[in-house]
Design a protein around this ligand. Structure first.
Ligand code: AMP
Ligand code: GLY
Length: 427
């Protein structure tokens, strides 16, 4: 099998690492990839949203399977263009990728499928939206309908904040067309869990659950980020809880998507809130999470490539995956300044020493090579992962590896997985 992974982050490095061990693999490419990925896959200098470029390359290189990491190429129609060229793509069509590309579409599917989710209304008119939040009161959540690079959700604790978000999105078009329509919804309280499922249009296979750490600061403080760390399993979320969410959320969504004429193939990511009234859907994404993927893939004991092919060929019904019965932790090393403007260009050392430690993997995200030196080239730069028999062991191994990295301009949260460890001790 000749496989092309699309993306350049830690998630794609972990995907390439998992695929590289497959006995089915003959050639692995990654567009555009990064210096860490280059050790496993041939880099291809094509951007993730250059759909014509990606399809042209896949055709010319007789690629058997394309695996997109991020959502942007899927929303832009990569799976459709590959299907037209007769090439397998483990990802949804543009119509099905609206589960991530449109918050309103997601809420409509959730309602059609009877999936528990926050009560909502959608608006394009700022006056109507303001009247609505005044009637409902705060806290309340204002969301841009379209993709907004993580800036489209405002959890407003006060009416003033909610009204400011409405004015910014609908009247000032602060997020461009992504905010031309908005969804306003009830604010849910509880712990968040990321749940992943591989889908073939009809069947869904659980890929596990993880706890993300979205805020930049320890103790969940400071601004939101793409994710500063992940821990598997999520504290207090059992395999039975995951199966219940597969049954109550993922499978009904798949059935509703099929009924709507937009069957979902690829990886479905349900962002869940564990509320006092049970587990509710916050949002869907149409890909693996980053850094959740890194922590999850560390524990996979089956052939990922065989599973992706089964999903593409509609053969997941009798498919199963084995996972190590262990804990894993992913700690993101970010450049100072992130999630604002990150400090670029700092030299990174110590990766070999960290990667040589038992049960540790180091995945690159925003790294670059300058004159033979590895340097930081973006916000989230490395993901340091470790597995262990229990959360405390995984955590100790991951932070020992973090200490081996020599990069003065980098920082990480020191409390990734701390909850899981405390819960274990208190049991
Ligand atoms: P994003 O991943 O950028 O779409 O941001 C979504 C984040 O906003 C979630 O992970 C939650 O932390 C928060 N959020 C979204 N919807 C709600 C809601 N209805 N109630 C509470 N928090 C929410
Ligand atoms: N870590 C959350 C995400 O990938 O969206």
């Amino acid at each position: 099998m000749r496989v092309l992974v699309v993306g350049a982050g830690g998630r794609e490095h972990a995907l390439c690492w998992a695929l590289a061990g497959s006995p089915l693999l003959s050639r692995l490419y990654c567009a555009p990839g990064n210096p860490g990925i280059a050790a496993l896959a041939e880099p291809v200098a094509i951007g993730v949203t250059d759909i014509a470029g990606l399809v042209g390359f896949a055709r010319a290189e007789r690629i058997d399977l394309v695996l997109p990491g991020p959502e942007a190429p899927l929303v832009a129609g990569l799976a459709d263009a590959l299907a037209a060229a007769g090439i397998r793509c483990c990802g949804p069509t543009a119509a099905a990728a609206r589960l991530e590309g449109s918050k309103r579409f997601t809420k409509e599917i959730a309602d059609a499928a009877g999936i528990p989710t926050a009560r909502w209304e959608s608006f394009t008119d700022a006056t109507a939206a303001r009247d609505f939040v005044r009637r409902r009161g705060a806290p309340i959540v204002v969301k841009a309908d379209g993709l907004a690079a993580g800036k489209g959700v405002v959890v407003a604790e006060t009416l003033a904040e909610a009204e400011a978000a409405i004015v910014a999105m609908l009247e000032q078009r602060s997020l461009g067309e992504a905010g031309a329509a908005i969804v306003i919804e009830e604010c849910l309280r509880g712990d968040e869990v990321s749940l992943f499922a591989l889908c073939d249009g009809e069947q869904a296979l659980c890929l596990g659950a993880a706890q993300d750490h979205k805020r930049v600061g320890e103790g969940d403080t400071g601004p939101n980020t793409g994710g500063m760390g992940a821990c598997v399993p999520p504290p207090g979320f059992t395999a039975a809880d995951a199966e219940a969410a597969m049954q109550g959320i993922i499978r009904p969504a798949l059935a509703a998507m099929a009924r709507a004429g937009t069957p979902f193939r690829g990886i479905l990511f349900a962002g869940l809130m564990r509320t006092a009234e049970g587990v509710k859907l916050i949002e869907f994404n149409v890909r693996l999470g980053d850094p959740e993927a890194q922590a999850l893939l560390l524990l996979l004991r089956s052939d990922l490539l065989a599973a992706l092919l089964a999903a593409c060929d509609g053969e997941l019904a009798n498919f199963d995956l084995r996972w190590a019965d262990r804990s894993s932790i992913a700690v993101v090393l970010a450049a100072r300044g992130y999630p604002g403007e990150p400090a670029r260009g700092g030299t990174i050392g110590g990766i070999e020493a960290a990667a040589a430690m038992a049960d540790v993997q180091v995945f690159h995200a925003a790294t670059a090579l300058r004159d033979g030196q590895l340097v930081a080239d973006g916000g989230r730069v490395l993901t340091i992962c470790a597995s262990g028999a229990d959360p405390a062991t995984a955590r100790a191994a991951a932070y020992a590896a973090v200490r081996a990295i020599d990069w003065p301009e980098g920082f990480c949260r020191r409390d990734i997985g701390a909850r899981a460890m405390r819960d274990e001790i208190n049991q």
